[in-house]
Design a protein around this ligand. Sequence first.
Ligand SMILES: [Zn+2]
Length: 81
Amino acid sequence: MVYARKGEIITCENGHPIGVFNRDVDKSETARVDQIDWLIDPAPKDGDPIGELHCQCGAAWARAPRWHSVQVFIGKEWRIL
Ligand SMILES: [Zn+2]
């Protein structure tokens, strides 16, 4: 099953762009930061603790204890890998 398709955009809950998937990612894969072309600076790094990550506007765009168990906001919904 596909988790995210190439070109899908991660946004914050207010719709600000955060990053774009640079390839299809299957649900069986481990989430990694190099699956995404980041539009934010600094870009997240593999191994970073996540907790809840926020846009500059204050809205959340990711939440998880770790990168391999991550929820990101894509197309107006939280998607769980
Ligand atoms: Zn925002």
